[in-house]
Design a protein around this ligand. Structure first.
Ligand SMILES: [Zn+2]
Length: 683
């Protein structure tokens, strides 16, 4: 996130307002100003006790997926997410649900994704089971407010508050989906117990590093009850939790964890991904200017020292530098997405939504199998095989970390992976403070909301991110005036919008484009985000190919072999698999990074039944390259290769004598094994 982008954004927001005519005035009106989408208007702490976000997420279930996104959610509901509780004891027999297995984070983690999945996909059997589970949590809550799995003498003992923070976040989602008043009551009673419990046993360990997750249910309960003690609890959590701004002043975070290095709380990748939203949540308490600035600073710092082209930062499972071999844990991917959804909501800066798309369309699908029955613990940007590898080079993870399986390395991702897609769907559109609607991210869906009491639906038809065109049909039950805000991605130079049969209007890249008008009947918007090939430079001066929100990787033939069949709960379809290459991968690209469009040809394909699979990829790229014979496996991974190894400017280096070949690249998210950061070879 560069300063240039931020400056562009601010001027564009201001220009967008001017172009759209005068902002709404009168009671309840607010205006988008140049401070990052923040609005002025009736939402100061003095009046509400809590600063309203720049954009408010719609209630769970108000946005339904369609097109490829509906297929993706259906795959998920028919895969591990929709069935984990039926065979995996850590969830199905959880103490949270009255069983004897784990009574800590795993069942709440699963619910955190299964609840939005079930209500968004409208999956009746899953909804029925979840209702039974949540009923049990609510009914087993004790008179003192503590939930069932915690010891009767919990308040007097030292214990980690993390699972309670998580459980209340989950219960808030269930309440939003169902309106079950008993569940809101359970949340409030639990939070009251926490307010007192924290005086005896302050936050430590996971709770101390994840204190801000507790603000999500605290704010949810406060917005519905206006109980002032809830804001005392919010401040207490912040006071007892880690001060990330201070932590990031230390510089330790910039140093990659050495291979076989030490696991550290402060460099833990999941804590880090979660903590990127801490300042946004904190800002809602009292608008500390430092909170607004730190959100951007923290991500900038992570990008500079650990950034990966798939939108993530490396962490396996501690921050690991920019090497494309080092990998990123799946929990961090879904948690970073959730953080970005909060960051955009609170601050209204489109940079956060650009980033959300990059992670959602690249890092998320890449690390899940196309059928969504298996997942990895760590994904690698350059990942040429996924095998059980005791000779691995992970910083702290075990030999199975890049297998596709049920619980490779550790079961946290098995329980936590489910929130990625459903929460992405739930945040595709958000409400503006002046009764309008904002497009946060683009994917086929149908959103319903009310503007000034008038029911409105917005239908998005598109194969974006595989295509440039997005059609939006706005349908109002009767005539109503409200702003429709379109996020224009920072890469989309030349973006345009055409309203009904009107003229084609330009939109500025990296802005929020505001259309203020009276909507009646069905109004069709034709939006176009031109996608141009871009070659970006990464670790060891390797190049990666990007186009729009997608990153492109070498398509490698794959052989999947089942392993660990003797381990518990590995009966198919939820087995463990090694993936090995059946075609060569050691290519360098022959292209001019300054003019990649001249050397790469993109070819549209139908978006498949499994949109994120090698065969279902909705776009292919054709480019020329040469094999690099000296680039081979080292310790089971693609070896590291430096520019000196492919010194094609030096005719004595034999690598350049390999013949030029036609190579096919497909979107990173469609691959299971891949090369993404390529050395360059002689054109
Ligand atoms: Zn995990």
């Amino acid at each position: 996130m560069s300063d240039i982008n931020r400056r562009d954004f601010m001027t564009t927001v201001a220009a967008g307002v001017a172009a759209a005519g005068s902002a709404a005035t009168g009671a309840g009106a607010a205006r988008v100003d140049g401070s990052g989408g923040q609005t002025t208007g009736p939402r100061t702490p003095a009046q509400t006790g809590l600063v309203a976000p720049a954009f408010t997420p719609l209630p769970l279930g108000a946005i339904r997926p369609s097109g490829w996104l509906q297929r993706q959610l259906r795959l998920q509901a028919d895969g591990l997410s929709g069935h984990l509780d039926e065979f995996w004891p850590d969830v199905g027999q959880s103490q949270w649900f009255g069983g004897k297995a784990e009574g800590w984070e795993r069942a709440p983690y699963w619910l955190d994704g299964a609840i939005p999945l079930a209500w968004i996909a409208n999956d009746a059997p899953l909804k029925e089971r979840i209702t039974r589970y949540v009923d049990h949590i609510q009914k087993s809550q004790r008179a003192d407010g503590w939930y069932g799995p915690y010891p009767v003498d919990a308040v007097a003992k030292r214990y980690d508050m993390w699972a309670i923070l998580l459980a209340n976040k989950v219960m808030a989602q269930y309440h939003e989906a169902t309106g079950d008043a008993r569940v809101l009551d359970a949340i409030v009673r639990s939070l009251r117990a926490m307010l007192q419990g924290l005086d005896r046993t302050p936050l430590y360990a996971w709770g101390r590093f994840r204190w801000y997750e507790g603000l999500v249910p605290v704010f949810y309960a406060y917005e519905r009850t206006k109980e002032p003690w809830l804001l005392d609890l919010a401040r207490k959590l912040r006071t007892q939790g880690v001060d990330f701004e201070a932590l990031y002043r230390t510089g330790d975070l910039t140093i990659p964890t050495p291979r076989r290095g030490l696991w550290k709380w402060t460099k833990h990748i999941v804590n880090t991904a979660m903590a990127t939203k801490a300042s946004a949540l904190s800002w809602r308490i009292d608008q500390r200017p430092s909170d607004r600035a730190f959100a951007t600073h923290m991500i900038d710092l992570l990008d500079r020292h650990h950034g990966q082209v798939n939108g993530m930062f490396a962490g396996d499972e501690c921050l690991a530098g920019r090497n494309p071999l080092q990998g990123t844990e799946l929990c961090a991917v879904v948690e970073f997405m959730y953080s970005l959804e909060h960051l955009f909501s609170v601050f209204g800066d489109p940079v956060f939504a650009d980033r959300l798309e990059r992670v959602a369309f690249n890092a998320l699908p890449a690390t899940l199998s196309p059928d969504m029955w298996s997942h990895q613990y760590d994904q690698q940007v350059n990942q040429v095989q996924c095998t059980i590898n005791p000779d691995h080079q992970w910083s702290t993870n075990g030999p199975e970390s890049n297998l596709f399986g049920l619980e490779p390395n550790f079961g946290c991702c098995t329980s936590n992976m489910h929130q990625g897609w459903p929460k992405f769907v739930a945040h595709l559109w958000m409400k503006t403070p002046d009764e309008g609607l904002a497009a946060v991210a683009y994917a086929p869906c149908r959103a319903s909301f009310q503007s000034r009491g008038v029911p409105v639906t917005v239908e998005v038809t598109t194969d974006y991110p595989f295509r440039e065109a997005v059609t939006i049909a706005v349908s109002a039950e009767r005539a109503v005036k409200f702003p429709l805000v379109l996020r224009v991605p920072a890469w989309a130079d030349g973006a345009t919008v055409r309203v009904a049969d009107g003229p084609v209007h330009p939109m500025k890249a990296g802005s929020l484009h505001r259309l203020e008008r009276e909507w009646s009947g069905i109004v069709r918007l034709d939006v176009r985000f031109p996608m141009r090939a871009k070659a970006t430079t990464h670790y060891n001066e390797a190049v990666a190919i990007e186009r729009g929100p997608l990153v492109y990787s070498l398509k490698i033939g794959e052989a999947w072999t089942q392993v660990n069949a003797d381990k518990p709960h590995r009966e198919l379809p939820h087995g463990d698999f090694e993936v090995k290459p059946t075609t060569p991968w050691n290519y360098g690209l022959a292209l001019d990074p300054q003019r990649p469009d001249a050397d790469i040809r993109f070819e549209e394909q139908p978006v498949g039944a499994r949109p994120f699979s090698p065969d279902g990829a909705g776009m292919r790229a054709h480019v020329k390259g040469r094999r690099i014979p000296r680039w081979n496996l080292v310790r089971g991974w693609a070896g590291e290769i430096s520019p000196a190894d492919v010194a094609w400017s030096d005719p004595s280096v034999p690598v350049s004598s390999e013949p030029l070949q036609d190579l096919t690249l497909i979107p990173y998210g469609c691959t299971n094994i891949r090369i993404t950061e390529f050395p360059r070879v002689k054109p």
